[in-house]
Design a protein around this ligand. Structure first.
Ligand code: ARG
Length: 584
C-alpha cells in the first residue's frame, strides 16, 4: 500500500509535469506531513523552490499545480498558504477506506522491499576476557532494533557479532594463567568472567613491568598463531568462558546474533596486505606497514596513516576490519554493511572505509555505514560508574531494572487493592524492566549522550516503555470488558466524524512513512516518537469518544480504531525488541 505521503508526492509531481512540462519530472515535490492541522495533513513546499527556474511567483506556481491536480475522492480542495505552500487535507472517507485495507493485513499495509538485498549488521561485539560494558549494551540494543526493522521490511539481514577474540592480549593472558591458574587452561568452567577480568588486569601489569614475562607472552602469541594445540585449547576455553557470560545478557535482552569474531579473519590478513601492496597503497613508516589517508592529518598537517601491520609483524584492529569487509562482500554478498559502535570509533571506520574503497575491497555498489552513538552517562552527567568508581556490570544493571520495576508494580497493586500471582508479577517486572532499559536508549537520538536513570525510564508518564505498554493494555481491557473479539470486527464500516478519531486515524496510517525514514536514517528514536504520539492520540480519543457505550455504527468503528492502535503499537514495539503484555 502506498503511504499518504507517497500519494501526494506522486500527485504533485504529475501536476508539475502537466503544468510545466517534462523537464520538471525529476523535481522533488517536497511533501511532508504537517504537525499542525491548521496547515492540513500534508504540505508541499515545491512552489517555493521553483520561481527562479520558472520565472513566476511561488503563488502563481502553486495555483497552476493545484489546477493540474486530478479530480479525486482522496483530498479536499487544496489551499495555498503564505507565500505558496500547498496544504492538503485527506477526506475522512478516504482515510476510512485505508484503515479498512490495513485492518485486513497482518503487516498493517507495510510492504516488503523488492528485491531483498543483503544487509550485514555488525553490532554488540564485546571483547573476550573483558567485561561487556554499557557501550556494548547500547550497540546491542540499537543494532538489534535496526536489524529487526530491516528484517521486517524484507531485507536479508545477517546479524554479526564481531567479538574481540584475537590479538596479543591472549598471549599475555595465557602466559599469566600458566603460572597463576594453570587449571583454567585445561578445565572448562574453572573461572568466571569476573576472575577472568581481574586476571587480565594482573596479566597486563606483569606484561608492562616484567621484560621476561613480556617475552614469554610474545612466544605464547606466536604459538597461538601457529596453532599449537595446548595454546589453542587454552584460548578456546577462555573464549567459551566469556561467551557464556555474554549469552546471559543476550538471553535477558532477547538478542540473536551470529558470532564471527576477529579470529575468524586471521587466515585472511596476509591477503589483505598483498592486495594493498598490489594496489600500490602500502607504505612503510618507522618499520610499520601502513596506508596514508586522505583528509586525515595530525597537528602538524601531515597525513595520518592507517597502520595495517605493526613493527613486530602483528596485525591490527583495522587490518581485521579490512579482511572482514572483503569477506562480507565476496562471501556474504552484502549490498550494505552497517556498523553500530560508539562515536569514538568514527575515525577508525572512516579510515578503514577509505582504504577499502581505494583498494577495491569495497566496490562502489556496496555501501558501508558507521552508525555511531554517544555515551551512557550517570544521573550526575558523568560516565556511568558504580559508586566506588568501577565500571557497571551489565548483568547487575539489568537485574536492578527488573527489581525496580517490580517495586513499582507491587506499589501499584497495593494502591489499587489488586492481588496478582507471583508468576504474573515476575513476568510483568521482567518485561517492564528490560523494556524500560531498551526504550530509554532507543528513544534518544543515538548520536547524543544519554543519561541513565531508572526513575525516568520506569515512569508511567512521558516517553517511556511503561507508558506505551499501558497504551497497549487499554484496548485489551476494552475487549475484555465488552467481551469483544477484535479479530471478528473485520467487515464493519469505519466512520470518522470526531476530531480525535480523525487525528488517531491519520497517525495510524503514518507508520509506513516513519519506517521508511528510520530505514534511511537509521534513527530508531523516530519510531519511538511515533509510538509515543500514537499512545497520546489514542488516550485522547479514549477520553473524548465513548467506545463501548457508543451507538452503532460508531461503536464498532471505534473498536476497530482501538484494535488498529493496539496492533500498530504491538508491531512497532516488536521492532524495538519490546514484547507487549495483555495485562499489567
Ligand atoms: N570489539 C569492538 C569494541 O569493543 C567493537 C567491534 C565493532 N565491529 C567492528 N567490525 N570493528 O569496541
Amino acid at each position: 500500500m502506498k503511504s499518504l505521503r507517497e500519494l501526494f508526492e506522486i500527485a504533485v509531481k504529475d501536476a508539475l509535469v502537466a503544468a510545466f512540462g517534462d523537464e520538471l519530472a525529476a523535481t522533488d515535490p517536497l511533501v511532508a506531513a504537517t504537525n499542525n492541522p491548521k496547515f492540513g495533513d500534508y504540505q508541499s513546499n515545491v512552489a517555493l523552490s521553483l520561481p527562479k527556474k520558472l520565472k513566476q511567483s511561488p503563488r502563481a506556481i502553486a495555483e497552476k499545480i493545484i489546477a493540474n491536480l486530478p479530480a479525486n475522492d482522496t483530498w479536499e480542495t487544496p489551499e495555498i498558504a503564505g507565500p505558496g505552500f500547498i496544504n492538503f487535507t485527506v477526506k475522512p472517507t478516504y482515510l476510512a477506506g485505508l484503515l479498512t485495507e490495513i485492518q485486513g493485513d497482518r503487516n498493517l499495509g507495510i510492504e516488503k522491499v523488492e528485491p531483498a538485498s543483503k544487509i550485514v549488521v555488525d553490532f554488540s561485539s564485546p571483547n573476550i576476557a573483558k567485561e561487556m560494558h554499557v557501550g556494548h549494551l547500547r550497540s546491542t540494543i540499537i543494532g538489534d532494533c535496526i536489524a529487526r526493522i530491516l528484517e521486517f521490511r524484507g531485507y536479508d539481514v545477517l546479524r554479526l557479532n564481531h567479538i574481540g577474540d584475537w590479538g596479543t592480549q591472549f598471549g599475555m593472558l595465557i602466559a599469566y594463567l600458566r603460572e597463576a591458574y594453570p587449571e583454567a587452561l585445561t578445565t572448562a568452567d574453572a573461572l568466571d568472567i569476573g576472575d577472568l577480568v581481574s586476571l587480565y588486569k594482573k596479566a597486563k601489569i606483569r606484561f608492562d613491568e616484567d621484560v621476561e614475562f613480556k617475552e614469554t607472552a610474545r612466544n605464547e602469541v606466536v604459538n597461538l598463531q601457529a596453532g599449537a594445540e595446548d595454546s589453542r585449547h587454552a584460548w578456546g576455553l577462555l573464549c567459551e568462558q566469556s561467551r557464556r557470560e555474554f549469552q546471559v545478557i543476550y538471553d535477558l535482552l532477547d538478542i540473536n546474533l551470529t558470532e564471527r569474531g576477529e579470529s575468524f579473519y586471521n587466515p585472511f590478513l596476509p591477503d589483505v596486505l598483498a592486495k594493498l601492496d598490489e594496489q600500490g597503497l602500502l607504505e612503510e613508516d618507522a618499520g610499520a606497514k601502513c596506508v596514508f589517508l586522505e583528509g586525515f592529518t595530525n597537528k602538524d598537517g601531515d597525513p595520518l596513516p592507517l597502520i595495517v601491520q605493526k613493527t613486530d609483524g602483528g596485525f591490527n584492529y583495522a587490518t581485521t576490519d579490512l579482511a572482514a569487509i572483503n569477506y562480507r562482500v565476496a562471501e556474504d554478498h552484502a549490498d550494505k554493511i552497517i556498523y553500530v559502535t560508539d562515536s569514538g570509533q568514527g575515525n577508525h571506520f572512516a579510515g578503514v572505509f577509505q582504504v577499502a574503497k581505494k583498494s577495491g575491497l569495497l566496490p562502489e555498489n556496496v555501501e558501508a555505514i558507521h552508525v555511531p552513538f554517544g555515551l551512557v552517562l550517570g544521573e550526575d552527567g558523568k560516565r556511568l560508574k558504580t559508586r566506588s568508581g568501577e565500571t557497571i556490570k551489565l548483568k547487575s544493571l539489568l537485574d536492578e531494572a527488573i527489581v525496580q520495576a517490580r517495586q513499582d508494580i507491587e506499589a501499584r497493586l497495593e494502591e489499587e487493592e489488586r492481588s496478582e500471582t507471583t508468576e504474573f508479577i515476575d513476568r510483568v517486572a521482567q518485561i517492564v524492566g528490560i523494556s524500560a532499559v531498551k526504550y530509554a536508549d532507543l528513544s534518544q537520538n543515538r548520536t547524543t549522550d544519554y543519561k541513565f536513570s531508572f526513575q525516568k525510564m520506569l515512569a508511567l508518564k512521558g516517553n517511556t516503555a511503561p507508558y506505551l505498554l499501558y497504551a497497549y493494555v487499554r484496548p485489551q481491557g476494552i475487549s475484555r470488558k465488552g467481551n469483544i473479539d477484535f479479530t471478528k470486527l473485520e467487515s464493519a464500516e469505519i466512520v470518522l466524524s470526531e476530531e480525535a478519531e480523525l487525528i488517531l486515524a491519520k497517525h495510524i496510517l503514518q507508520l509506513s512513512e516513519v519506517l521508511q525514514e528510520v530505514e534511511q536514517e537509521l534513527l530508531p528514536n523516530r519510531l519511538c516518537q511515533y509510538l509515543f504520539e500514537l499512545s497520546q492520540k489514542f488516550n485522547q480519543f479514549y477520553d473524548r469518544c465513548g467506545i463501548l457505550n457508543a451507538a452503532e455504527p460508531q461503536r464498532t468503528s471505534r473498536l476497530i480504531l482501538a484494535d488498529l492502535t493496539a496492533r500498530t503499537l504491538k508491531l512497532g514495539l516488536s521492532l524495538l525488541g519490546i514484547p507487549v503484555l495483555e495485562r499489567m
